[in-house]
Design a protein around this ligand. Structure first.
Ligand SMILES: *Cc1c(COP(=O)(O)O)cnc(C)c1O
Length: 356
């Protein structure tokens, strides 16, 4: 039986994506070859990566003359280092918003390259809100923020005005809601949260921010060289990129980001409503900062945990355990999670209420 998969990442993808990807492993497009055994320089794969790169910009409504989409290797964490490597001047400075574990990881890596200015932090409350009321200084090379804090279940609803390039880690909410993506100069996202399987990272760059640093950059870490090589400086993650393309095509067929956002909001409202209504549960995040992607919540009485978890398991709910730094539960409701799965979880929460 197919589970109701609430895993935070790698995570659920659309069923039709799984089926098409599985078919391509056996025989890609009736070519007599598996997607796993074709050359990345073959006509077939070049068409795949070109379509994927173009579809990313189309869905984000970004001008392909101004922006470039790359599928790089190394995960979102790799971008923690690649961003300062490319964008920080030698002995430069960058501003960071500290909204959680991943933001912190990015700050630590940037410190290898220059000075980091933390403009706001919610560490004092174990990151249960988004820092607000800060200003982005002008004398920095860029400002970095994390749009959705996967571990803590907070999400930025607004982004600050900045006179410097804005860099955003959108790993866990890219393609989930409409934003004016042209306000961002560099967006990156590990594929495994809302785009595809693990193994590739999407980077979307406004071309004109590049070429400003005097730092010598090793070729494979140099965005300009990656752009020149059409995102194929070395062998890219062929299967992960193909499956990402299938997901992008699926998303377009659903009506794009605006259509999926409506469903994401319905799912989030259903679950948060139950968390607030049900006396056995409580949310961990300030209501105004709640993420539509990752809902974090606790049982008020931990003695109920074994019963709740057994009910979840019996209902086919998987991957709902909270991250160790928050505890409790985390329901990740990425684009491909059907509303029906949320209804099952809400029913289980109500069943628990009637049982204890
Ligand atoms: C998962 C995640 C990361 C880390 O991604 P990797 O691909 O494992 O390096 C970074 N940032 C955010 C917001 C994430 O959710």
């Amino acid at each position: 039986m197919k589970k109701h998969n609430y895993s935070a990442g790698p995570c659920i993808l659309a069923q039709e994506v799984f089926e098409k990807a599985a078919q391509a492993v056996l025989d890609y497009n009736n070519s007599g070859l598996s997607i796993l055994e074709i050359s990345h320089r073959s006509k077939d794969f070049v068409a795949i990566i070109e379509q994927a790169r173009a579809l990313v910009l189309e869905l984000l409504k970004l001008d392909p003359k101004e922006y470039t989409a790359l599928f790089l290797s190394g995960g979102a964490s790799h971008q923690f280092m690649m961003v300062p490597y490319n964008l920080m001047q030698t002995s430069g400075k960058a501003a960071y918003l500290d909204s959680g574990t991943w933001a912190n990881g990015a700050i630590k890596e940037a410190a290898f390259f220059g000075e980091t200015v933390v403009v706001g932090s919610s560490k004092d409350q174990n990151y249960n809100y988004i820092p607000k009321g800060y200003t982005v200084p002008e004398a920095v090379d860029y400002f970095h923020c994390t749009s959705n804090n996967t571990i803590y279940g907070t999400q930025m609803k607004e982004f600050p005005a900045a006179k410097v390039p804005v860099v955003c880690d959108m790993s866990s909410d890219i393609f989930s809601r409409v934003l004016d993506f042209s306000k961002f100069d560099l967006i990156y996202a590990g594929a495994q949260k809302n785009l595809g399987p693990a193994g590739t990272t999407l980077v979307v760059i406004k071309n004109r921010i590049l070429g400003k640093s005097t730092r010598a950059i090793p070729s494979i870490l140099d965005y300009e060289k990656q752009i020149k090589a059409q995102s194929m400086y070395n062998t890219p993650a062929v299967f992960a990129i193909y499956t990402s393309l299938l997901t992008l095509q699926w998303l377009k067929k659903q009506g794009g980001i605006a259509a999926i956002e409506k469903i994401n909001n319905q799912k989030a409202e259903l679950l948060y409503h139950e968390i607030d209504r049900n006396p056995l549960f409580e949310g961990t995040v300030r209501p105004e900062d709640r993420s539509t992607m990752n809902a974090t919540f606790l049982l008020r009485n931990m003695a109920h945990a074994p019963i709740f978890e057994a009910l979840c398991e019996a209902a086919g709910i998987s991957g709902i355990k909270g991250h160790r730094s928050v505890g409790g539960y985390r329901a990740s409701m990425y684009n491909a999670l059907p509303i029906a799965s949320v209804l099952v979880l809400v029913a289980v929460m109500q069943e628990l209420e009637s049982k204890v």
